[in-house]
Structure formats: C-alpha cells, structure tokens
Design a protein around this ligand. Structure first.
Ligand SMILES: *Cc1c(COP(=O)(O)O)cnc(C)c1O
Length: 410
C-alpha cells in the first residue's frame, strides 16, 4: 500500500478573531496611516511596537513594511555605505543579500556548517579578508549558532551584528530572545513566518542612536514623538535633518492584525515543537538521511524541517524529491541546479559576484527542506515522515548508484 498525503504545505492558520475585530475597527474609522490619529488616540502601530519590545525585552522597537525593509533599515542605521562589504550567510534566502544590495553594499558570504549554522572560523577569515564592519546574521530556518562564541568573535573583530530573525521570532538562546544578542534584531511578519500580517516586519535595539535613525529612515517626518518604543526627543534633535526618509512604515491595519498574535507566540512555539519532534522521531534511523542536531541552549520554533542526504548523487536526490511530490509531500532541494520557488542559493546571486564556497556547496547539495504549517496535526507529520522514509529507500533502489567497493577483510 502506498499512502499519499493530501494536506497543504502552504496553508497557515486564520487570523485570530481578535485581530479581525481590531482590523475592522481600523477599516471603519479609516485612519490607516500610523501618524493619522484622532486627538488623544494612540495608533495601533505604536501600541504594537511597545508590546513587541516588551515581548523580546528590548528598549526600542520599530514596525516596518517588511522583514527585508527592516534589515535594510538596520544596515542604513549602522551607516553602511555603498561599496562597503557586509558579511552574511551563504545559506539564507534571497531577501538577505538583497537587503545588502539595496544599499549598493557588497555581500561577503560565509560558509554554512553541517548543522546549518554559520561557520565561525570562516567568518573570521572572511571578516579579515574583506575588512567588513557589519555582519547580517541569518538564523536561517531557525538554526541558531553558538551566540556567545559568535558575539565574542565579532567583538574581537570589531564587527557589529544585525540578526535576521525571520525564522526565530519567538525562539530563544539560553533564555534570551532571538534578536537580542546583536546590535539590532530584525523580524518578518510575512504570511509564512511566525506572526501573519501578509507583509510586515520589526527591528529592535537597545541603542538610542540606531533606534532614532531607524525611525527617521522609516519615514517619520517630524512626528517621531508619537512613537512609544522610541528614544526621547533629544536623540532625534541631533539627527532629524541628517537622516533621509526612505518610506517603509507599517500601517495601522497590519498592526491591528498583529497585536493579538504576540501573546500567541509562546503557544505557537510549543505546537511547532510538537510537529518538529514528530518529524524527527519519524525520520530517525532512515538510512542515508542525516538529521540536524539541535543544541540544548536553543529554544527553537520548528516551523520548518531540514535534513541532509550526505553523498547522494544529484540524480538520486532528484528522483527522491519527485517520488515524494507524487505522494503529496512537497520537499525543497537547495542543491538543484536552478532555483525553484525560494530555493536560490548564494551561487545564484550573481549581482554579488559570489566566490565559490566548496564546503557550503557540499552541504547544500544534499539539503532538503520542508515547511511544517500549524494546520498540520502530529498525525499528518507522522504520515509525511513515513512517506519520506519510504521514498528515500525507493530512490536508492531505483537509481543505479556507482558500485561500492566491497569492504576489505583484513
Ligand atoms: C522571509 C525572510 C526574510 C524577509 O522577510 P520579508 O518580510 O519577506 O521581507 C528575511 N530572511 C529570511 C531568512 C526570510 O525567510
């Protein structure tokens, strides 16, 4: 019997009723722009920033139009200039190098390890070779590197860290919220992330100068006093005529949708963890499949699942992915020759003139990725794992693999 999965890998949960009600109220009064407030009214966007800052334990928070806009804003606030090198992960998604390129700056890619985190020795090599002063660190697919070691290294190198927490909103490292280790933390509230407003993002920081620059950059005109998670007016005084307006604000409609979701993040993390662990249990022991170890220090949000097929030939990986797809299981392969959907990798980002990274190529050649939306049940995940395990075995049998030399008996 071959079973087929019939669920959708891209169907998220609906917006909570409280968010729908708040959104309708904004639509009814019509004041969608964050600075369009009635006398005495506090905008939904300002309240959202205050509440998200409290959730992650940050002094300042700015809501923005997207996660990509948050990263670009953070880099601008750090005064990265056109032509400057900016370190980033070789394994990440296209908006990360895109944020660097949006300033006319130059991404310098750092290898990924077999545990899918940034390679610290290679980070040091690339930092020294390029002279970069900033790292845009992507916690890609929720895998967090040893943050103490990373921050110690970057402090030693004089490199400031912007964290891309698109996949770690709600996650922690040793009890500290992801996004709170570097100078700035950036988040996305795009539909496929951990809170959903269609599009949207945040940045958080404890640095008053960076926060004021970010607010001005986002397009605050001279209305920055209406923020509730921004520095005091004096900090803006010195900057307000120096910093350009690069409009990328969030609006009150999205903020209304998001506010009730902050309080749901911890519960979502627990539910995602249950799905993730069901997948891990279902794939444990499948021959040819390497699961990614998760460090104790990492309180992760398992909104997606990755595994490696070390040493598999491309034809065998392709046949495995096709076999799973035929049974309703949507796997993404980061090693395919051409990008499909979101699976582009550093070598495809030609505008950045990437140097070959053989260690990263080896990892990505066998890297399989799948989403685990919260609309899946633990039973769904168990079924997906059975299909993946089954197809892994089938791919081994169907594709003629180069004969392996018999073990030498000595
Ligand atoms: C989605 C994503 C972003 C950017 O988010 P947008 O809100 O879509 O701009 C950044 N980094 C990673 C790794 C992402 O997956």
């Amino acid at each position: 019997m071959t079973e087929t999965f019939t669920g959708s890998f891209t169907q998220q949960e609906p917006i909570p009723e409280a968010g729908i009600a708040a959104a309708l109220e904004v639509l009814r009064h019509g004041r969608l722009h964050r600075y369009n407030t009635a006398p005495g009214e506090i905008a939904e966007t300002a309240l959202l920033e205050e509440e998200f800052a409290a959730y992650v334990g940050a002094r300042y928070c700015l809501a923005l139009a997207s996660g990509g806009a948050a990263m670009a804003c953070a880099l601008r606030a750090l005064q990265v200039q056109a032509g400057d090198p900016v370190l980033s992960n070789a394994f990440t998604l296209a908006p990360v190098p895109g944020a660097i390129a949006s300033l006319g700056a130059r991404p310098v890619f750092v290898d990924v390890t077999e545990d899918l985190t940034i390679d610290l020795p290679h980070l040091e090599v690339q930092a020294k070779a390029s002279g970069a002063r900033v790292l845009l660190l992507s916690h890609m697919r929720g895998h967090v590197c040893d943050m103490e070691a990373l921050i110690a290294l970057c402090d030693r190198l004089g490199v400031r860290v912007v964290e891309d927490c698109a996949h770690t909103m709600g996650a922690k490292w040793k009890g500290v919220a992801s996004g709170r280790h570097g100078a700035v933390g950036c988040y996305s509230t795009q539909t496929y992330k951990h809170m959903n407003s269609g599009e949207g993002g945040f940045l958080v920081t404890d640095d008053a100068d960076l926060a004021a620059r970010a607010v001005l950059l986002s397009g605050s005109y001279m209305l920055y006093a209406r923020h509730r998670a921004a520095p005091a007016a004096e900090v803006f005084e010195a900057l307000k005529l120096e910093v350009p307006n690069i409009s990328s604000r969030m609006d009150n409609l999205r903020a209304a949708i998001l506010r009730p979701q902050i309080g749901m993040l911890d519960d979502r993390r627990a539910r995602w963890r249950a799905l993730y662990q069901a997948m891990e249990a279902g794939l444990a022991g499948v021959p040819g499949v390497r699961l990614i170890p998760r460090p104790q220090a990492e309180d992760y949000v398992g909104s997606s699942f990755q595994f490696l097929l070390p040493g598999w030939e491309p034809a065998r990986v392709a046949s495995f992915v096709a076999g799973a797809a035929a049974r309703g299981v949507e796997l993404k392969w980061f090693g395919a020759a051409d990008p499909a959907g979101f699976t582009s990798r550093y070598a495809h980002w030609r505008y950045a003139a990437p140097e070959p990274l053989p260690a990263t190529d080896r990892v990505l050649a066998g890297l399989i990725d799948m989403r685990l939306p919260l609309t899946f049940s633990v039973g769904d995940v168990a079924q997906i794992a059975r299909i993946v395990g089954d197809e892994a075995g089938r791919a081994a049998a169907a594709v003629s693999v180069a004969p392996v030399a018999a073990p030498v008996a000595d």
